[in-house]
Structures are given as C-alpha cells and as structure tokens.
Design a binder for this molecule. Structure first.
Ligand code: URP
Ligand code: ZN
Ligand code: ZN
Length: 475
C-alpha cells in the first residue's frame, strides 16, 4: 500500500475544470496521487461534506510597501500572509515598488529584505515601474524578467507614480521583447487633478468626494488609451481593479477586435458602493480606494463580467491602512481632505469567502469558475502554473478545505490582518475555509493560524502564459 505524508479523504475536489469525489495523497509537499480509497497517510484529514479546492492565488495585494513620509502600511509579510492563509489563500503576489530616482534592482532587493523570514505562505513579486530610465529599460528590467520577476505594474495616475504615454509605450515594447505581463492602473491623472481642485474650491473635501473626483469617465478614458497603446505595440496587458460598466465596455470592445486585453476585478466592486464613502463623520475614509466603488447597477456589470469570462483574475487589492492611525487614514492624526487620505481597502482574508458566498452561493458563478478566477488563472497569468493554482499530480499541495455551509458574520476581531477595521463588518457569508495547507503543511485550522513564520518561500515566476510571444505558423 502506498504511504503518504498526508491523505485528505472523502472530500469533493474541485479544480477549474473538474469536480471529483476522491482522496488526495500528499508526499514531500506535493500532490502525489488522486484516487479512491488511497493507502494510508501518516496524517489523515476527513473532508466528508467539505470542498477541497486549490489554495487561492492573490495576484494583487500590497504588503509593507514603502510609503511617502508619514504613512505606513499596516501589514507586513507576516501579518499579511497569516491573514491570507486564514482566508484560504496560499500564494500572494505583492509589489516591489520603484521610487522615482531609485534603481529597479534596488527596489527588488529592498523588498526581499522586507519579506525575508516573515511569510507563512509562498510569495512572488510584481514590480512597479515609476521611473523608466534608459538603464531600467535596457538593462535592469530585461534582466529582472529573466530572473523571475515577470510582471510589472504601471500607473496612469498618482503624481509620484504616473507615466506618460511615451513612457508607457517604451515599457510595453520591453514587455513584448521579454514576454512579461504589464498590469495597468487606468485612471486619467489630469482629469482627477482638475476635478479635485474644483471640488476643493467649492469646499467639498469630505471622504465621499473622493468618488466624485474619480468618476467612471476617468477610468473609461484611461482604459481606452491603455488598450490603444497595447494594440500599437502588439503586446497583451492586464487592466487591474476594474470598477464598472464604462471600463468593462472598453474591454469588451477590445475583445471584439481580437486584442489581448486581460482584466482583473476585486471584492470592493461587487460588495461596496460609493454610498460606503458617505458614512457619518469621517468613517467613509475606510472605503477610499481607487478606482472608487460605484453603484448597484455597476456591481451587476462586474458580476456579469465575472460570469462571462471578461475577467480573468479576481484579486483583493489589499492595501492596508489603519483607520485610527496618524500613519494611516488620518495622516498626522487629522481628518484630512479626501486628496490626502491614503488609498486602499483591506481584503486579503475576505476575498475568497465573499466571492464564494455571493458568487457560488447565489448561483452567479459556478465552482469551477470560482477556482479559475481565484487560483488557476492568476497562476497562469503570472507564470506560476501548474506549480500553483490547481490540484494535480506534481503540483504543490496548496489546498484549502472549505465548509460550504459554514455561516460566518464577518467581524474585524476574527480577521488576522493588522488593520483596525474591515469594510465588510457585519456581512453574513456562507462558506469559509476551515483548513489551509501550504506545501502539505497546515498553516491555518479553524481560524487558528499555525504556520511557522518564515516558512513561506519566494517564487521566481516563469513567463506569463498570455505574454509568450506568438509563434508564426507557416504551412
Ligand atoms: O486604492 C487603491 N487601489 N490602492 C492600492 C494601490 C493601487 O493602485 O492598487
Ligand atoms: Zn492600482
Ligand atoms: Zn493595488
């Protein structure tokens, strides 16, 4: 009889393609066998009545990212990865962000120092390119892609990060040559700047006016421009954190033209709305993120895009700032005008339960699509598949065992991040991961984090599946 380190018995195993009643045999941290009545394991988990799913791949989250003077992200690689693991995620891809004037290599080295010895699950890095000098374009970026940093984000907004169209074209050309994936934050910086000034002159500076300063038009225009730039260079891109109808229509149009435009959305665009920025006092600051959440009709557009395949990736965009904190949402301890509120919402731990409950539970998407959006397709998108993102022979045994009937009222107290709030406080969900395994080791069990701090490994990424240069077929 075959001997395994661990056998998960009697569960319902689901991948992006299949649903199977079978046992999972794990040896040396990898899936060794799938089948019925497998031989004994040194440890056994009875998963009767449970779903056995690939651990989530959260391909867009921010952990311990260097901030401007006076601001600090609440989660580092320890608290962020513990929180992710307790929400059923087993791989995170945060961002090594280049500051203007800094070399890209220095940003990556610094980020490795921040991660070292802290993560409880495996992690890769995207880069953020804010200063595409000749040295970056010709030497650093190509070399870093070859070393396993195969995706980078560019910004069309934020004064300290934004690139002009010429710079974007130069970077897209490097991505095309090297086979890297470019993630685009698509909002028109000048429109936002102008609107912000108009609002300030009218004395409208409360958190809710953040949404007024970034209407869908600014996202639509930048999305359209990003698509055009990608078409010109003939290279795929991925538009991150798409918020609603107008950007979706641009992406749908691009698909109709046969353009390789990929798209990501996030829980905040399904569950939150601009009304959540209009809470009493200053509490709306908790939901200030960019693009801002829209309205109920737009939530429906996002759901339709998730179901139809318009979206490939569902990420948290976890950007953790404490609410009651002079280094967080109240810079310097003040309730500041919206332009100074650090952007972002926390969501690493709630990403999967929210999509499972609101999506699978309510029949908006099926279980295979849930797995595709949250694990398999992000792993393919960023060159981690099939090591990550599936349950298959030879894959890492990164697995989340779900109780699909468990009813949970989300409370910040039960979450493991270092943020002092969740935008989803009081929401009731059905379905929650009860055991999370990373390379065959239990890292969270019934809400108790139990992975050794520092056990998480850095993952050098392969070339993203969609960015591989197309072969010319000659018959
Ligand atoms: O508001 C957001 N999304 N903050 C995080 C940074 C980013 O642009 O993704
Ligand atoms: Zn962004
Ligand atoms: Zn982000």
């Amino acid at each position: 009889m075959e001997q395994f380190d661990l056998v998960i018995r009697n569960g319902t195993v689901a991948t992006a393609a299949d649903i199977m009643q079978c046992d999972v045999g794990i040896r040396d941290g990898k899936v060794a066998m799938l089948g019925c009545d497998l031989g004994p394991g040194r440890t056994e988990i009875d998963a009767a009545g449970k779903l056995v799913l690939p651990g989530g791949v959260d391909a867009h989250c921010h952990l311990d990212q260097p901030m401007e003077e006076g601001l600090r992200m609440a989660d580092d690689f320890r608290s962020g990865t513990v929180s992710a693991a307790c929400g059923g995620t087993t791989t995170v891809i945060p961002f090594a962000a280049q500051a203007k004037g800094q070399s890209l290599r220095a940003a990556v080295d610094d980020y490795h120092r921040r991660a070292a010895g802290k993560a409880v699950i495996d992690y890769a890095f995207h880069m953020i390119v804010s200063d595409p000098t000749e040295q970056v374009l010709k030497h650093e970026l190509p070399q870093l892609v070859r070393e396993g940093y195969t995706s980078f984000k560019i910004y069309m907004t934020y004064d300290d990060l934004k690139l002009n169209d010429r710079q974007i074209l130069e970077l897209l050309a490097v991505a095309r040559r090297e086979g890297a994936m470019v993630m685009v934050h698509a909002e028109n910086a000048d429109c936002i700047g102008w609107l912000t000034e108009q609002l300030e002159q009218a004395g409208l500076t409360a958190p809710k006016y953040h949404a007024s300063s970034r209407p869908m038009l600014v996202e639509r225009e930048a999305t359209h421009r990003a698509i055009a730039l990608s078409e010109l260079v003939d290279v795929p891109i991925l538009i991150v954190h798409v918020s609603g109808k107008e950007a979706i229509e641009q992406i749908r149009w691009a698909h109709g033209q046969g353009l390789r435009i990929y798209a990501e959305t996030c829980p905040q665009y399904l569950v939150l709305s601009a009304d959540d920025l209009d809470q009493p006092g200053y509490h709306g600051a908790k939901c200030v993120c960019s693009p801002p959440p829209r309205d109920k009709a737009n939530q429906q557009y996002v759901w339709d895009g998730l179901a139809s395949g318009l979206f490939t990736v569902f990420s948290s965009d976890h950007a953790p700032f404490r609410y009651d904190d002079p280094e967080g949402k109240k810079p310097g301890g003040q309730e500041v005008p919206f332009r100074y509120i650090p952007n972002g919402t926390p969501g690493l731990e709630t990403r999967l339960p929210l999509l499972f409950s609101e999506g699978v539970g309510r029949g908006r998407i099926d279980l295979n699509r849930f797995v595709a959006l949250t694990a398999t397709d992000p792993a393919k998108m960023y060159g981690l598949y099939p090591r990550k993102g599936t349950i298959a022979i030879g894959s890492d045994a990164d697995i989340a065992i779900w109780d699909p009937h468990k009813q949970v009222t989300i409370r910040n107290d039960m979450l493991h991040h270092d943020v002092d709030y969740t935008p989803y406080e009081g929401m009731q969900v059905t379905g929650w991961p009860v055991i999370t395994l990373s390379r065959g080791e239990i890292v969270c069990s019934d809400g108790q984090a139990c992975g050794a701090v520092g056990r998480g490994q850095f993952l050098a990424c392969g070339l993203p599946d969609p960015a591989r240069p197309r072969k010319v077929v000659v018959d």
